[in-house]
Design a protein around this ligand. Structure first.
Ligand code: BG6
Length: 532
């Protein structure tokens, strides 16, 4: 972090917010493709299962195109899309171009080169004959002479994982290496099961054919630059770690608030709800990064070992007093910015009496020396006032106020905010004297914006995830023990919530466009989101 400068002038009366800017010094900033990748990638074949679906068009192919534009994709890369829909190479290419052409990196000349890498093969997921035909075509496309890696990407619904993985394994596509194969890896998207039992079952299926180092379980939150930055912030600075514990920190709040509704995903969301959709994965990762001990080295397994310890130390929910630790909500119809927005139960594909929660706030404790007694409030929901993702660390109040006689008001505790969306930033609030003859305090905010002073390329999460898969770096991917521990923590809660007799009474309704339900149940008021 560079020098602190540019203290904006304060307006208003009494305690007020002022912004103090911290800038990054430009000499510290690595530039250009060098910060994307250090070594060349192996030539690679990407086989996308589910290539006619939404994820392929919206995320995977645009991300690959972007890597191509950055010059990172190795020569002789080939991308073979597979799905049930009948299509040929040209119609697949046209379909992908229709999406990519609206993205900022699109350039017709670059696309003309990239499209030559794209191919399509219709398949039946569970059919060995169909997969053998696909494999034969893949070999023809790959040609002979150059060894290459193979990345199998499952962008398919979990309901067909079993048949697909069995067929992939049986036709020999899972072999870790071969005559002209340098490596084979498989990428799977969440949900990794829907409870502990199904997660173990899915893992058993994958391990029937793949080794753990071949399996890449994606959590796109981990690929966000500012999420990765949590570790740099904590462990590359000497001043924060000594105060990162119960002695100085009063509470931590992690928010992943969304303004969008369930959109076209009701089929999936009705089954998942917010706890499976956001908490078992993204929220658990944010919690682990905030609470974990420093790993001895920045290596995939060392980092993941430390995260797993956090999951192991989570205090089980008190099922007999769940209401004081967990609030579930669902959005209702309301006008948002002058436009009427449907309630969750009115969304297409949602049951009119659905009890699926679209919002949850939970209070969790990490039972170890560092965090004993410090509540972590995790909140996420759909159709809220604003899309905001951030971690707020609230420090203890000062133990004694020497200004009691003169100021008479409560002095707000210091607060550190790690902003992930929309502003990628780190802010610290503290008290200073307000200029003038009268003794008066004002809260000022020291503010660092993540991209300030940086002009090089920034990878979006799917670009980063795909790059790491090709590099074979598992740092940003879930390891199976973490998946199971996260489920072990949440499964009893899910069971209790989904089977209790007063399920309907427990669900709190909130208006679309609000900040969620009222929370009298959580005894201490958690810190508010910074932009509320
Ligand atoms: C996905 C969830 O994993 O993450 C979605 O399934 C959610 O429901 C999304 O909207 C949020 O991701 P982001 O990157 O937009 O914060």
């Amino acid at each position: 972090m560079g020098p602190i400068n540019n203290i904006k002038s304060a307006t208003g009366k009494g305690v007020e917010d002022v912004v103090v800017k911290a800038t990054a010094s430009s000499e510290d900033m690595p530039r250009g493709p060098a910060c994307l990748i250090e070594e060349g990638l192996d030539p690679c074949s990407l086989i996308i299962f589910g290539a006619s679906g939404d994820l392929t068009a919206r995320k995977i192919v645009p991300a690959l195109f972007c890597l191509f534009v950055y010059g990172v994709l190795p020569p002789r890369t080939l991308i073979l899309g597979c799905a049930r829909s009948p299509m040929d190479d040209d119609s697949f290419r046209a379909r992908m171009e229709a999406v990519v052409s609206s993205r900022p990196h699109y350039h017709p000349d670059k696309w003309a080169e990239f499209r030559e890498m794209l191919f399509y093969q219709p398949i039946e997921y569970g059919s060995l004959d169909s997969l053998k035909a696909m494999e034969a075509r893949l070999r023809r496309l790959e040609g002979r002479g150059h060894k290459r890696g193979r990345l199998l990407y499952l962008a398919i619904p979990p309901s067909i994982y079993r048949t697909s993985v069995e067929a992939i394994g049986k036709v020999g596509l899972a072999k870790p290496e071969g005559e002209h194969i340098l490596w084979t890896r498989i990428v799977i998207e969440k949900p990794f099961g829907r409870d502990l039992e199904s997660a173990i079952e899915l893992d058993g299926l994958l391990h029937k054919f793949f080794r753990e180092e071949q399996i890449f379980r994606i959590d796109h939150y981990l690929a966000k630059e500012t999420v990765q930055n949590i570790l740099m912030f904590r462990f590359a600075n000497a001043i924060f770690e000594p105060i990162w514990n119960r002695q100085y920190i009063d509470q931590v709040a992690i928010f992943a608030m969304e303004s969008g509704g369930v959109e076209h995903r009701a089929g999936y969301y009705e089954e998942a709800g917010v706890l499976r959709d956001m908490f078992q994965n993204h929220m658990m990762q944010l919690l682990a990064l905030t609470a974990m001990e420093p790993p001895a080295r920045f290596e995939a397994d060392r980092v993941r070992d430390e995260k797993v310890k956090v999951y192991r130390e989570l205090r089980p929910f008190p099922l007999e007093d769940l209401g004081s630790h967990l609030v579930l909500g669902q959005y209702t119809r309301a006008a948002v910015e002058g436009k009427e927005v449907p309630g969750y139960r009115e969304e297409p594909g949602v049951a009119p009496d659905s009890l699926t929660p679209t919002y949850a706030k939970m209070k969790v404790f990490v039972d170890n020396w560092r965090w004993q007694g410090v509540p972590f409030y995790l909140t996420s929901g759909k159709r809220l006032a604003k899309k905001v993702t951030e971690i707020v660390v609230q420090f203890h109040r000062i133990p004694h106020t020497v200004f009691r006689e003169v100021i008479g008001e409560e002095i707000a505790p210091n607060r550190l905010t790690l902003g992930i969306y929309p502003e990628e930033k780190i802010t610290m609030t503290f008290q200073t004297k307000r200029p003038g003859a009268r003794v008066c305090l004002r809260a000022v905010t020291m503010d660092f914006h993540y991209n300030e002073g940086y002009t090089g390329p920034v990878l979006e999460s799917y670009e980063k995830v795909l790059l790491d898969c090709m590099l074979g770096d598992q740092m940003l991917f879930w390891r199976q023990d973490g998946v199971e521990l996260a489920w072990a923590f949440l499964t009893p809660v899910l069971e209790e919530c989904e089977t209790c007799a007063d399920r309907a009474q427990r669900l709190k309704f909130y208006r679309a466009g609000s900040w969620g339900p009222e929370l009298p149940e959580l005894r201490e008021p958690p810190p508010a989101i910074s932009s509320q």
